[in-house]
Ligand binder design. Structure first.
Ligand SMILES: Cc1cc2nc3c(=O)[nH]c(=O)nc-3n(C[C@H](O)[C@H](O)[C@H](O)COP(=O)(O)OP(=O)(O)OC[C@H]3O[C@@H](n4cnc5c(N)ncnc54)[C@H](O)[C@@H]3O)c2cc1C
Length: 308
């Protein structure tokens, strides 16, 4: 088997364009499983971890440029303050070993509807930087996925980085699975509040063929918070509003029955998680403490893997 280890993007893109079937590999935590289970035949591989800036992140204005091969462990240890939502989601991925190897770029490359990074990236309005021999383009994460395990990266392109706006308000992520750790989500919800812009972001996982943005629910909540003067007053939200928000988010899903759950359960779980993430985020906003610090996995003993 041919194994390429480029150190520059030019080398990598030329190899990608000239070698039929060449597969990028970052942590290998998705790809090697596919080889082991014979879902995919071993092909020429290209290591993404030695590329000049793939394993680095830096700040540019109000965004973090996260190299495609930065592993979850580093998102957690280095970016918890700037990207709290992504850090919370990263903590729910697999085990420490998987988080040491697995990358956000690989999660987007795999394009699973259950991937844990996507909901938060959608909620924060992150963009994927994709490069080919003909140039670079930026695609909003909400438009990046084209179907189950499919994305818009062409066969001669590579994911170079993810541009994530730094937080301007509370961010939360909640994931439900059959147990509290080492679990692919049955459903997940990411919520971000942007008080300065009067905006709300909501991303969802495992409730459609791709990770989804709950556009109607975002507009409902942002409009209601604005009309009621809640951004300014920071008053407690009425239960009826929180309940309606849960219904609105559940209404934005398109789930199916499969081996992991029924569509009905997924829809219901999303409604519950939407209410909870809103309550946690609003509480942070009200009390001026909007920086999550640790994981509160299994806080309610209902199989919720949630962090704060
Ligand atoms: C035990 C176990 C538990 C897991 N738990 C979770 C979990 O809880 N949540 C979750 O979301 N995932 C989970 N996963 C899946 C996996 O760990 C994640 O999807 C991870 O983010 C993949 O990253 P990677 O770097 O290992 O990707 P790789 O396996 O290296 O690559 C994945 C795909 O992306 C492509 N790719 C990689 N880099 C690029 C690039 N720069 N440009 C274009 N394409 C690229 C590859 O060709 C491949 O198709 C788990 C996996 C295992 C084995």
């Amino acid at each position: 088997m041919n194994f390429f280890q480029p150190t520059t993007w030019d080398e990598a893109l030329q190899a990608r364009a000239q070698t039929p079937g060449l597969l990028p590999i970052a942590g290998g935590t998705d790809l090697m499983v596919e080889f082991n289970f014979d879902h995919r035949r071993p092909a020429p591989l290209m290591d993404m971890t030695r590329l000049e800036d793939a394993g680095r992140w830096w700040r540019e204005g109000e965004r973090i440029r996260l190299g495609a091969a930065v592993p979850y462990t580093r998102v957690l240890s280095e970016l918890g303050r700037d990207l709290p939502g992504l850090a919370i989601a990263s903590r729910t991925v697999g085990s420490p070993q998987i988080r040491n190897r697995g990358t956000v770029g690989g999660n987007l490359g795999a394009a699973s509807p259950a991937g844990d990074s996507a909901p938060t990236l959608i909620a924060t309005r992150a963009e994927v930087e994709i490069r080919g021999v003909d140039g670079t383009r930026h695609v909003p994460v909400a438009d990046f996925f084209t179907g189950v395990k499919r994305n818009c990266v062409a066969s001669d392109e590579l994911i170079v980085a993810i541009w994530v706006p730094t937080d301007t308000g509370p961010q939360q992520y909640s994931k439900i699975g059959t147990r509290n750790a080492m679990v692919i989500s049955v459903a997940s919800v990411a919520l971000t509040l942007h008080p300065r812009a009067g905006r709300v972001g909501i991303g969802m996982g495992s409730v459609g063929p791709t990770p989804l943005q709950a556009v109607a629910a975002e507009e409902f909540l942002a409009g209601t918070l604005d009309e009621g003067g809640y951004w300014h007053s920071r008053a407690e939200l009425p239960e009826s509003l929180v309940a309606e928000f849960g219904r609105q988010v559940a209404g934005c899903t398109a789930p199916i029955d499969d081996v992991r759950s029924t569509a009905g359960y997924r829809r219901s779980a999303v409604g519950v998680m939407a209410r909870r993430t809103l309550s946690w985020a609003w509480s942070e906003y009200r009390h001026g403490d909007r920086r999550p610090t640790g994981c509160r996995a299994g806080r309610d003993g209902e199989g919720m893997t949630t962090c704060e």
